[in-house]
Design a protein around this ligand. Structure first.
Ligand code: FES
Length: 565
């Protein structure tokens, strides 16, 4: 098989000389004579603290690549720190994917190891690799260790929401809240709850893009470096076998990813990311597939935010493969992995070591806990709810809408003592979809009105066209499509309308006959003037198809471009 990189390095002409000479810098002469050139796409950045340790991981990948005869080449790529990047990291996911895709294609690279962790980094890397379609494998950076505060484990993310609500309810002092800050992040690694980063690492493995058994290894665990070393060896083997994403990622792979997503009680964010990755591969995957395949899968993992434990506990209890073994009959046995073998072939010796953390199939945490897809006159193209993170008594509910046009409008009014809401009200937030914000931020789990918190209310039905942090919980209907800013009916809902939620019937409706006749609100929608935000708003698709840019859907392949000089 001819390597892409030979188009740069082979031959005796001036251009080949230039390409080799500038890359030599101590490398032996035979580094460019047919040896695989392996990129290590690295999202390490001081401003992405969850991924800052990936440079050390990259060093282990390097060793494995060298050992297998390849040449490792570290490629820093766009990195997105979830807690830092404004207005939301999701706005930049597609930009990171596009930039990574183009740099993989533009450079003399034959295959790539993808190093990600924090929420958007693994999705953007996989979208890029899927579009370039060169052999690719992920090393998830892994979760942080469990921190404690006053003797109690802290769930990174989830407990921030919980503690801040306690302050607002007057049951925790501001001083105690401030003291918990230094305990929240105990070590290197990403959030340790079943948030989006944990979910996407595990789902990437279920998809077949990680060496089975590696995802979920805590970031400080020496076994992560061992796995990185092994991944360096594997990518050279994958190249020799021409094991490109298009050769092993199929509809069956996404089926398994959806089963895994449900069994781990994973983040709703995985839906837009999996839809976007599938779109890059030309695989027909729709939002309804998540309900059809996943909604009746039992939740087996007792992790925050739906449960009690944290990622370190999951790893100790047997990790993803122990979970998948319990639902083996629900998996598609044809789906392959980076190893060349089916995922199910990796499940023969993967017992559960702690049945409190990973429940056996016979005693699930939630009997049917996957993501449910709702439709109705409020969400013609679908909306999501995660029943496992919702309050059972609210899954069938009727209440008066209190509508907010933007997150700023929400913050300005939510704690007004005169706000006309009670425990049965439905909080509606619009202008938070891909186009409206822009970027579809994680604001759907709106904090509750202070006056209701003080009355002991801890959950209300909330409806939004944005996303929700995977570390959050509550009865939240989110990813409403089409969004208000794209002409969705959410733009026509008014305060006082009665909204009916019926999760069992998969319905979300507003009780009115004149919805279509109403003038849609446009208050609070973004209208960026220039740059990426303008490009994004003009081209982003809706949540039900993955919120990718229309011109990035599909694959451009790994064709070698024209010579640069
Ligand atoms: Fe990076 Fe949570 S902020 S994973």
């Amino acid at each position: 098989m001819e390597l892409r990189s030979t188009h740069w390095y082979a031959g005796e002409d001036r251009n080949a000389y230039i390409h080799r000479a500038w890359m030599r810098r101590g490398l032996p002469g035979d580094a460019f004579t047919g040896r695989p050139q392996i990129a290590i796409a690295n999202t390490a950045s001081d401003l992405t603290p969850c991924n800052a340790h990936l440079t050390e991981v990259a060093a282990s990948v390097r060793n494995g690549v060298y050992e297998a005869g390849g040449i490792p080449l570290e490629l820093p790529v766009v990195s997105l720190g979830e807690t830092n990047v404004r207005p939301t990291a999701m706005l930049w996911r597609n930009m990171a994917a596009m930039a990574t895709e183009e740099m993989l294609r533009a450079n003399p690279i034959d295959a790539v190891v993808l190093l990600g962790g924090c929420d958007k980094t693994i999705p953007s890397l996989l979208m890029a690799a899927a579009s370039v379609d060169i052999p690719a494998v992920v090393v998830p950076g892994g979760p942080m260790l469990t921190g404690t505060f006053r003797g109690t484990p802290l769930g990174c993310g989830t407990d921030v929401w919980r503690l801040s609500e306690e302050v607002r309810a007057g049951t925790l002092t501001q001083e105690a809240f401030s003291r918990s800050e230094s305990s929240m992040i105990r070590s290197r690694g990403h959030c340790n709850t079943m948030g989006t980063a944990s979910t996407m690492g595990l789902v990437a493995e279920a998809l077949g893009t990680v060496i089975p058994g590696v995802a979920g290894t805590p970031a400080p665990d020496s076994r992560l470096l061992e796995a990185a070393h092994g991944t360096g060896r594997l990518i050279v083997e994958m190249l020799a076998a021409d094991r490109r994403p298009s050769t092993f990622l199929t509809k069956a792979s996404f089926h398994n990813a959806i089963v895994a997503l449900a069994a781990i009680g994973g983040s709703t964010n995985a839906v837009v990311h999996l839809l976007a990755i599938a779109g890059r591969l030309g695989i027909e995957l729709g939002v309804d597939d998540f309900d059809r395949i996943g909604s009746r899968v039992p939740v087996l993992v007792d992790l925050q935010p739906a449960g009690r434990f944290l990622m370190e506990d999951l790893h100790r209890a047997g990790g993803l493969l122990a979970v998948l073994r319990e639902v083996r009959d629900l998996l598609d046995p044809t789906a392959l992995t980076v190893t060349g073998k089916p995922l199910v072939d990796h499940l023969d010796d993967t017992p559960i070591f702690d049945t409190e953390v990973i429940r056996p199939r016979t005693a699930p945490l939630v009997a049917e806990g996957g993501i449910a897809v709702l439709r109705g006159n409020l969400a013609p193209d679908g909306a999501l709810i995660k029943p496992a993170a919702a309050s059972p008594h609210l899954l069938q509910h009727r209440g008066r809408a209190m509508v907010f046009d933007s997150i700023e409008d929400f913050h300005a009014r939510i704690d007004d003592p005169d706000l006309d809401v009670d425990a049965d009200s439905v909080l509606v937030l619009r202008g938070c979809g891909p186009k409206g914000y822009p970027g579809m931020p994680e604001v759907s789990n709106m904090p509750l009105p202070r006056k209701l918190l003080e009355q002991g209310v801890r959950d209300m039905v909330r409806v939004c066209d944005g996303r929700m942090s995977g570390t959050a919980y509550g009865t939240v209907v989110l990813h409403v499509a089409p969004e208000a800013a794209a002409g969705g009916p959410l733009a026509r809902v008014r305060t006082g309308d009665v909204i009916v939620l019926d999760v069992a019937a998969r319905r979300i409706d507003v009780e009115t006959d004149d919805l279509d006749a109403r003038t849609p609100s446009t208050a609070g929608f973004a209208n960026p003037r220039r740059g990426w935000e303008r490009l994004y708003v003009d081209h982003v698709q809706q949540a039900d198809t993955g919120a990718d840019l229309d011109f990035l859907v599909g694959s451009s392949g790994s064709e070698v471009g024209r010579e640069s000089h």
